[in-house]
Design a protein around this ligand. Structure first.
Ligand SMILES: [Zn+2]
Length: 80
């Protein structure tokens, strides 16, 4: 399940329903980022997309929207 809040997509974890990961397109890094452990510890440095990012991209395609694109000056992982 995906919920859009501002420029960030909240993606429900498939393992734990109470956990949400945050996905958005970073204008600074010019790539999609997620704050799940898999992405932070493995994909952030070497590149790649976690399943949450793929989910959000698919969602955007289906909805024909570009809702999560952040402007270049903003970091998009919450808490930054
Ligand atoms: Zn993720």
């Amino acid at each position: 399940m995906i919920k859009i809040v501002g420029n960030i997509a909240h993606v429900q974890s498939s393992r734990k329903k109470t956990i949400h990961y945050h996905v958005c397109y970073s204008g600074i890094l010019h790539r999609w980022i997620c704050d799940c452990p898999h992405f932070i510890f493995r994909l952030l440095d070497k590149g790649g997309e976690c399943k949450h990012i793929r989910e959000v991209k698919q969602y955007q395609k289906e909805e024909s929207k570009n809702v999560i694109y952040t402007n270049a000056n903003k970091k998009c992982i919450s808490g930054d």
